[in-house]
Design a protein around this ligand. Structure first.
Ligand SMILES: *Cc1c(COP(=O)(O)O)cnc(C)c1O
Length: 393
Protein backbone atom coordinates (compact mmCIF):
# COMPACT_ATOMS: atom_id res chain seq x y z
CA UNK A 1 0.00 0.00 0.00
CA UNK A 2 1.43 3.31 -1.13
CA UNK A 3 0.20 5.18 1.93
CA UNK A 4 0.62 2.35 4.42
CA UNK A 5 3.22 1.91 7.12
CA UNK A 6 6.77 0.86 6.17
CA UNK A 7 8.73 -1.96 7.83
CA UNK A 8 10.17 0.48 10.38
CA UNK A 9 6.76 1.68 11.50
CA UNK A 10 6.83 4.99 9.63
CA UNK A 11 4.50 6.85 7.31
CA UNK A 12 6.90 9.23 5.59
CA UNK A 13 8.35 11.36 8.39
CA UNK A 14 5.80 10.21 10.97
CA UNK A 15 5.18 7.25 13.24
CA UNK A 16 7.77 5.05 14.91
CA UNK A 17 7.77 3.95 18.52
CA UNK A 18 9.13 6.57 20.94
CA UNK A 19 8.69 4.72 24.19
CA UNK A 20 10.41 4.44 27.56
CA UNK A 21 12.78 1.48 27.88
CA UNK A 22 10.35 -0.28 30.22
CA UNK A 23 7.62 -0.47 27.58
CA UNK A 24 9.92 -1.96 24.99
CA UNK A 25 9.09 -5.66 25.66
CA UNK A 26 5.30 -5.05 25.41
CA UNK A 27 5.49 -3.02 22.24
CA UNK A 28 8.06 -5.34 20.68
CA UNK A 29 5.84 -8.36 21.44
CA UNK A 30 2.94 -6.64 19.70
CA UNK A 31 5.10 -5.63 16.75
CA UNK A 32 6.28 -9.19 16.23
CA UNK A 33 2.90 -10.83 16.68
CA UNK A 34 0.18 -8.57 15.33
CA UNK A 35 0.36 -9.38 11.62
CA UNK A 36 0.70 -13.08 12.34
CA UNK A 37 -2.33 -13.06 14.65
CA UNK A 38 -4.47 -10.84 12.40
CA UNK A 39 -3.89 -13.06 9.39
CA UNK A 40 -4.60 -16.30 11.26
CA UNK A 41 -7.79 -17.89 9.87
CA UNK A 42 -9.22 -18.62 13.35
CA UNK A 43 -8.69 -14.98 14.36
CA UNK A 44 -10.35 -13.74 11.18
CA UNK A 45 -13.29 -16.11 11.63
CA UNK A 46 -13.95 -15.02 15.22
CA UNK A 47 -13.48 -11.31 14.38
CA UNK A 48 -15.87 -11.49 11.42
CA UNK A 49 -18.45 -13.46 13.37
CA UNK A 50 -18.45 -11.04 16.32
CA UNK A 51 -18.66 -8.05 13.97
CA UNK A 52 -21.69 -9.64 12.34
CA UNK A 53 -23.63 -11.15 15.25
CA UNK A 54 -22.50 -8.97 18.17
CA UNK A 55 -21.80 -5.55 16.63
CA UNK A 56 -24.49 -5.83 13.94
CA UNK A 57 -22.33 -5.34 10.85
CA UNK A 58 -22.41 -4.53 8.05
CA UNK A 59 -23.52 -1.07 9.14
CA UNK A 60 -25.93 0.43 6.58
CA UNK A 61 -24.88 2.94 3.94
CA UNK A 62 -27.84 5.28 4.00
CA UNK A 63 -28.67 7.62 1.11
CA UNK A 64 -29.77 10.75 2.97
CA UNK A 65 -32.43 12.14 0.63
CA UNK A 66 -33.20 15.46 2.29
CA UNK A 67 -29.51 16.20 2.82
CA UNK A 68 -28.87 15.33 -0.82
CA UNK A 69 -31.48 17.83 -1.92
CA UNK A 70 -30.18 20.53 0.41
CA UNK A 71 -26.51 20.19 -0.54
CA UNK A 72 -26.97 19.36 -4.24
CA UNK A 73 -25.16 16.00 -4.33
CA UNK A 74 -25.83 12.39 -3.38
CA UNK A 75 -25.03 12.34 0.32
CA UNK A 76 -24.54 8.97 1.99
CA UNK A 77 -24.14 8.30 5.72
CA UNK A 78 -22.05 5.30 6.76
CA UNK A 79 -24.02 4.37 9.86
CA UNK A 80 -21.40 3.50 12.50
CA UNK A 81 -23.84 5.05 15.01
CA UNK A 82 -25.95 1.91 14.64
CA UNK A 83 -23.19 -0.38 15.94
CA UNK A 84 -23.59 -2.02 19.34
CA UNK A 85 -22.42 0.58 21.93
CA UNK A 86 -23.16 3.42 19.51
CA UNK A 87 -19.98 4.18 17.59
CA UNK A 88 -17.14 2.82 15.45
CA UNK A 89 -14.98 2.24 18.57
CA UNK A 90 -16.34 -1.29 19.03
CA UNK A 91 -14.69 -2.51 15.79
CA UNK A 92 -11.24 -1.86 17.21
CA UNK A 93 -12.10 -3.04 20.74
CA UNK A 94 -13.25 -6.42 19.41
CA UNK A 95 -10.10 -6.78 17.33
CA UNK A 96 -7.83 -5.93 20.25
CA UNK A 97 -9.53 -8.14 22.84
CA UNK A 98 -9.15 -11.12 20.50
CA UNK A 99 -5.50 -10.19 20.05
CA UNK A 100 -4.98 -9.80 23.83
CA UNK A 101 -6.49 -13.24 24.42
CA UNK A 102 -4.14 -14.81 21.90
CA UNK A 103 -1.20 -13.09 23.62
CA UNK A 104 -2.33 -14.63 26.93
CA UNK A 105 -3.07 -11.27 28.63
CA UNK A 106 -5.20 -11.30 31.80
CA UNK A 107 -5.83 -7.61 32.37
CA UNK A 108 -6.98 -4.83 30.03
CA UNK A 109 -6.37 -1.11 30.40
CA UNK A 110 -7.72 1.69 28.22
CA UNK A 111 -8.00 5.46 28.05
CA UNK A 112 -11.16 7.25 27.03
CA UNK A 113 -12.28 10.78 26.13
CA UNK A 114 -15.97 10.80 25.25
CA UNK A 115 -16.31 7.48 27.02
CA UNK A 116 -17.17 5.67 23.79
CA UNK A 117 -13.86 3.81 23.69
CA UNK A 118 -14.12 3.07 27.42
CA UNK A 119 -17.61 1.66 26.93
CA UNK A 120 -16.48 -0.38 23.93
CA UNK A 121 -13.54 -1.75 25.91
CA UNK A 122 -15.64 -2.51 29.02
CA UNK A 123 -18.10 -4.26 26.71
CA UNK A 124 -15.57 -6.59 25.10
CA UNK A 125 -13.98 -7.30 28.50
CA UNK A 126 -17.39 -8.35 29.83
CA UNK A 127 -17.86 -10.46 26.70
CA UNK A 128 -14.62 -12.28 27.41
CA UNK A 129 -14.62 -12.17 31.23
CA UNK A 130 -11.38 -10.17 31.49
CA UNK A 131 -10.56 -7.51 34.11
CA UNK A 132 -10.91 -3.95 32.77
CA UNK A 133 -9.51 -0.63 34.03
CA UNK A 134 -10.41 2.56 32.16
CA UNK A 135 -8.58 5.87 32.67
CA UNK A 136 -10.69 8.96 32.01
CA UNK A 137 -10.08 12.69 32.55
CA UNK A 138 -11.98 14.07 35.51
CA UNK A 139 -13.62 16.74 33.32
CA UNK A 140 -14.67 14.15 30.75
CA UNK A 141 -16.19 12.05 33.55
CA UNK A 142 -18.44 15.01 34.33
CA UNK A 143 -19.47 15.84 30.76
CA UNK A 144 -19.95 12.19 29.77
CA UNK A 145 -21.56 10.92 32.97
CA UNK A 146 -23.91 8.42 31.26
CA UNK A 147 -20.92 6.62 29.73
CA UNK A 148 -19.18 6.45 33.13
CA UNK A 149 -22.26 4.72 34.52
CA UNK A 150 -22.31 2.36 31.52
CA UNK A 151 -18.69 1.33 32.06
CA UNK A 152 -19.35 0.65 35.74
CA UNK A 153 -22.48 -1.33 34.91
CA UNK A 154 -20.36 -3.42 32.53
CA UNK A 155 -17.98 -4.23 35.37
CA UNK A 156 -15.07 -1.92 34.55
CA UNK A 157 -13.16 0.16 37.06
CA UNK A 158 -13.07 3.83 35.98
CA UNK A 159 -10.03 5.76 37.27
CA UNK A 160 -10.10 9.58 37.03
CA UNK A 161 -7.08 11.36 35.52
CA UNK A 162 -6.61 14.50 37.57
CA UNK A 163 -3.52 16.10 36.01
CA UNK A 164 -3.24 18.74 33.25
CA UNK A 165 -6.49 19.58 31.50
CA UNK A 166 -8.09 16.46 33.06
CA UNK A 167 -9.11 15.24 29.60
CA UNK A 168 -8.08 12.64 27.03
CA UNK A 169 -4.35 13.35 26.80
CA UNK A 170 -4.03 13.07 30.58
CA UNK A 171 -6.00 9.82 30.63
CA UNK A 172 -3.62 8.50 27.96
CA UNK A 173 -0.62 9.44 30.13
CA UNK A 174 -2.14 7.59 33.10
CA UNK A 175 -2.81 4.48 31.01
CA UNK A 176 0.77 4.46 29.70
CA UNK A 177 2.01 4.78 33.30
CA UNK A 178 -0.11 1.77 34.31
CA UNK A 179 1.27 -0.27 31.39
CA UNK A 180 4.86 0.51 32.41
CA UNK A 181 4.02 -0.79 35.90
CA UNK A 182 2.31 -3.95 34.60
CA UNK A 183 4.30 -5.00 31.56
CA UNK A 184 3.66 -8.76 31.48
CA UNK A 185 -0.01 -9.54 32.12
CA UNK A 186 -1.64 -6.35 30.75
CA UNK A 187 -2.71 -5.33 27.26
CA UNK A 188 -3.36 -1.66 26.59
CA UNK A 189 -6.28 -1.21 24.18
CA UNK A 190 -5.57 2.15 22.55
CA UNK A 191 -8.75 3.65 21.13
CA UNK A 192 -7.49 5.47 18.07
CA UNK A 193 -4.82 5.37 15.36
CA UNK A 194 -2.30 6.90 17.74
CA UNK A 195 0.47 5.60 19.99
CA UNK A 196 3.69 3.76 19.18
CA UNK A 197 3.93 1.47 16.15
CA UNK A 198 2.24 -0.99 15.64
CA UNK A 199 -0.89 0.61 17.17
CA UNK A 200 -1.67 3.11 14.38
CA UNK A 201 -1.49 0.37 11.75
CA UNK A 202 -3.28 -2.23 13.87
CA UNK A 203 -6.20 0.07 14.74
CA UNK A 204 -6.46 1.25 11.11
CA UNK A 205 -6.73 -2.38 9.98
CA UNK A 206 -9.51 -3.09 12.49
CA UNK A 207 -11.41 0.04 11.41
CA UNK A 208 -10.82 -0.53 7.70
CA UNK A 209 -14.00 -2.63 7.67
CA UNK A 210 -15.81 0.73 7.37
CA UNK A 211 -14.42 1.52 3.91
CA UNK A 212 -14.39 -2.12 2.81
CA UNK A 213 -18.16 -2.31 3.35
CA UNK A 214 -18.69 1.16 1.87
CA UNK A 215 -17.14 0.16 -1.46
CA UNK A 216 -19.42 -2.85 -1.77
CA UNK A 217 -22.48 -0.86 -0.72
CA UNK A 218 -21.72 2.03 -3.09
CA UNK A 219 -21.35 -0.41 -5.96
CA UNK A 220 -24.76 -1.89 -5.13
CA UNK A 221 -26.48 1.47 -4.72
CA UNK A 222 -24.80 3.63 -7.38
CA UNK A 223 -23.11 1.20 -9.75
CA UNK A 224 -19.70 2.65 -8.85
CA UNK A 225 -17.65 1.71 -5.83
CA UNK A 226 -15.72 4.99 -5.88
CA UNK A 227 -17.34 8.20 -4.56
CA UNK A 228 -16.09 11.72 -5.31
CA UNK A 229 -15.71 12.62 -1.63
CA UNK A 230 -15.18 10.76 1.63
CA UNK A 231 -15.52 12.77 4.84
CA UNK A 232 -15.01 12.09 8.54
CA UNK A 233 -14.26 13.89 11.78
CA UNK A 234 -10.80 13.51 13.34
CA UNK A 235 -9.87 13.25 16.99
CA UNK A 236 -6.99 10.80 16.95
CA UNK A 237 -8.30 9.76 13.56
CA UNK A 238 -9.59 6.18 13.75
CA UNK A 239 -13.03 6.58 12.19
CA UNK A 240 -11.48 8.75 9.48
CA UNK A 241 -8.71 6.23 8.82
CA UNK A 242 -11.24 3.40 8.68
CA UNK A 243 -13.35 5.46 6.28
CA UNK A 244 -10.34 6.44 4.11
CA UNK A 245 -8.44 3.13 4.20
CA UNK A 246 -9.69 1.34 1.08
CA UNK A 247 -9.90 4.60 -0.88
CA UNK A 248 -6.35 5.80 -0.21
CA UNK A 249 -4.90 4.39 -3.42
CA UNK A 250 -7.78 5.70 -5.54
CA UNK A 251 -6.34 9.16 -6.06
CA UNK A 252 -9.53 10.54 -7.62
CA UNK A 253 -11.42 10.06 -4.36
CA UNK A 254 -11.09 13.29 -2.36
CA UNK A 255 -10.58 12.72 1.36
CA UNK A 256 -11.77 15.36 3.82
CA UNK A 257 -10.84 15.20 7.51
CA UNK A 258 -12.62 17.57 9.89
CA UNK A 259 -10.94 18.69 13.10
CA UNK A 260 -12.46 20.54 16.04
CA UNK A 261 -11.79 24.29 16.00
CA UNK A 262 -13.40 24.68 19.43
CA UNK A 263 -14.19 28.37 20.00
CA UNK A 264 -12.21 29.25 16.84
CA UNK A 265 -8.73 28.33 15.59
CA UNK A 266 -7.23 31.59 16.87
CA UNK A 267 -9.19 31.74 20.13
CA UNK A 268 -6.71 29.84 22.28
CA UNK A 269 -9.48 27.29 22.86
CA UNK A 270 -9.15 24.88 19.97
CA UNK A 271 -8.15 21.37 18.97
CA UNK A 272 -7.45 22.08 15.27
CA UNK A 273 -4.22 20.11 15.25
CA UNK A 274 -3.02 20.49 11.67
CA UNK A 275 -3.73 24.23 11.74
CA UNK A 276 -2.11 24.93 15.10
CA UNK A 277 0.36 22.07 15.48
CA UNK A 278 3.97 21.36 14.65
CA UNK A 279 5.91 18.15 14.22
CA UNK A 280 6.95 16.43 17.42
CA UNK A 281 6.46 13.34 19.54
CA UNK A 282 3.20 12.59 21.35
CA UNK A 283 2.19 9.39 23.13
CA UNK A 284 4.86 7.29 21.49
CA UNK A 285 4.85 8.43 17.89
CA UNK A 286 6.25 11.22 15.77
CA UNK A 287 3.32 13.22 14.49
CA UNK A 288 1.81 16.71 14.38
CA UNK A 289 0.74 18.08 17.73
CA UNK A 290 -0.22 21.32 19.39
CA UNK A 291 2.79 22.53 21.38
CA UNK A 292 4.31 25.65 22.87
CA UNK A 293 7.49 27.21 21.46
CA UNK A 294 9.55 25.14 23.90
CA UNK A 295 7.81 21.88 22.99
CA UNK A 296 5.32 21.48 25.84
CA UNK A 297 2.03 19.88 24.79
CA UNK A 298 -0.61 22.57 24.53
CA UNK A 299 -3.99 21.99 26.19
CA UNK A 300 -6.58 21.40 23.49
CA UNK A 301 -10.21 22.39 23.74
CA UNK A 302 -13.35 21.15 22.01
CA UNK A 303 -16.94 20.84 23.18
CA UNK A 304 -16.78 17.24 21.98
CA UNK A 305 -14.71 15.09 24.30
CA UNK A 306 -13.82 12.68 21.49
CA UNK A 307 -12.09 15.40 19.45
CA UNK A 308 -10.43 17.11 22.42
CA UNK A 309 -6.94 15.77 21.68
CA UNK A 310 -3.77 17.76 20.90
CA UNK A 311 -2.47 15.43 18.19
CA UNK A 312 -3.51 13.25 15.27
CA UNK A 313 -2.34 9.79 14.31
CA UNK A 314 0.94 9.61 12.35
CA UNK A 315 -0.73 8.37 9.17
CA UNK A 316 -2.96 11.45 9.20
CA UNK A 317 0.10 13.65 9.72
CA UNK A 318 1.57 12.04 6.61
CA UNK A 319 -1.60 12.35 4.52
CA UNK A 320 -1.77 16.00 5.56
CA UNK A 321 1.87 16.75 4.74
CA UNK A 322 1.78 15.15 1.30
CA UNK A 323 -1.68 16.60 0.59
CA UNK A 324 -3.45 13.28 0.00
CA UNK A 325 -6.23 14.35 2.35
CA UNK A 326 -7.56 17.82 3.13
CA UNK A 327 -7.71 18.83 6.82
CA UNK A 328 -10.24 21.46 7.81
CA UNK A 329 -11.92 22.54 11.03
CA UNK A 330 -15.34 23.35 12.44
CA UNK A 331 -16.21 25.33 15.59
CA UNK A 332 -18.31 24.17 18.54
CA UNK A 333 -21.25 26.31 17.45
CA UNK A 334 -21.12 25.14 13.83
CA UNK A 335 -21.05 21.52 15.00
CA UNK A 336 -23.97 21.96 17.40
CA UNK A 337 -26.06 23.57 14.63
CA UNK A 338 -25.19 20.69 12.30
CA UNK A 339 -26.22 18.19 14.98
CA UNK A 340 -29.60 19.89 15.25
CA UNK A 341 -30.01 20.04 11.47
CA UNK A 342 -29.24 16.34 11.03
CA UNK A 343 -31.70 15.48 13.81
CA UNK A 344 -34.50 17.50 12.25
CA UNK A 345 -33.83 16.77 8.58
CA UNK A 346 -32.86 13.10 8.74
CA UNK A 347 -34.19 11.93 12.11
CA UNK A 348 -30.71 11.00 13.26
CA UNK A 349 -29.22 12.61 16.40
CA UNK A 350 -25.46 12.43 15.79
CA UNK A 351 -22.63 12.52 18.32
CA UNK A 352 -21.16 16.03 18.52
CA UNK A 353 -17.92 14.57 17.15
CA UNK A 354 -19.77 13.37 14.06
CA UNK A 355 -21.60 16.70 13.78
CA UNK A 356 -18.25 18.34 12.97
CA UNK A 357 -18.01 16.28 9.77
CA UNK A 358 -21.64 17.07 8.89
CA UNK A 359 -21.07 20.79 9.48
CA UNK A 360 -18.38 20.94 6.83
CA UNK A 361 -20.98 20.18 4.14
CA UNK A 362 -22.04 23.81 4.54
CA UNK A 363 -18.63 24.94 3.27
CA UNK A 364 -18.42 22.72 0.22
CA UNK A 365 -19.78 23.05 -3.29
CA UNK A 366 -20.74 19.95 -5.22
CA UNK A 367 -21.83 18.89 -8.65
CA UNK A 368 -25.25 17.29 -8.74
CA UNK A 369 -23.79 13.91 -9.74
CA UNK A 370 -21.21 13.77 -6.92
CA UNK A 371 -21.41 10.87 -4.50
CA UNK A 372 -20.34 11.93 -1.02
CA UNK A 373 -19.88 9.53 1.89
CA UNK A 374 -19.76 10.85 5.45
CA UNK A 375 -18.78 8.59 8.31
CA UNK A 376 -21.57 8.86 10.88
CA UNK A 377 -19.12 7.86 13.59
CA UNK A 378 -21.53 7.78 16.54
CA UNK A 379 -24.95 8.47 17.96
CA UNK A 380 -25.73 11.51 20.06
CA UNK A 381 -27.40 10.03 23.14
CA UNK A 382 -24.28 10.66 25.25
CA UNK A 383 -24.37 14.33 24.18
CA UNK A 384 -28.00 15.10 24.94
CA UNK A 385 -27.12 17.18 28.02
CA UNK A 386 -24.76 19.33 25.94
CA UNK A 387 -27.36 19.79 23.18
CA UNK A 388 -30.04 20.59 25.77
CA UNK A 389 -27.86 23.18 27.49
CA UNK A 390 -26.96 24.83 24.18
CA UNK A 391 -30.40 24.91 22.59
CA UNK A 392 -32.40 25.21 25.81
CA UNK A 393 -34.86 22.40 25.10
C1 LIG B 1 -14.05 8.74 19.75
C2 LIG B 1 -14.94 9.28 18.74
C3 LIG B 1 -14.45 10.06 17.67
C4 LIG B 1 -13.03 10.49 17.55
O1 LIG B 1 -12.09 9.46 17.51
P1 LIG B 1 -11.36 9.05 16.17
O2 LIG B 1 -10.31 8.10 16.60
O3 LIG B 1 -10.82 10.29 15.57
O4 LIG B 1 -12.38 8.42 15.31
C5 LIG B 1 -15.34 10.48 16.71
N1 LIG B 1 -16.65 10.18 16.79
C6 LIG B 1 -17.16 9.45 17.81
C7 LIG B 1 -18.62 9.16 17.84
C8 LIG B 1 -16.32 8.99 18.81
O5 LIG B 1 -16.84 8.26 19.82
Amino acid sequence: MKYGVNENGYYGDFGGAYIPEMLYPNVEELRQEYIKILSDPSFKAEFDQLLKDYVGRPSPLYHAKRYSEKYGANIFFKREDLNHTGSHKINNAIGQILLAQRLGKKRIIAETGAGQHGVATATVCALKGIECIVYMGEIDMERQAPNVARMKMLGAKVVPATSGSKTLKDATNEALRDWIGNPVDTHYIIGSVVGPYPYPDMVARFQSIISAETRTQLLEQTGNELPQYVMACVGGGSNAMGMFYHFLDDEDVKLVAVEAAGKGVDSGHSAATTFLGKEGVLHGSRTILMQTADGQVEEPYSISAGLDYPGIGPQHAHLYKINRAKYVSITDDEALDAGLLCSQMEGIIPAIETAHALAYLEKMTFQKSDNVVICLSGRGDKDLDTYIRHFGF
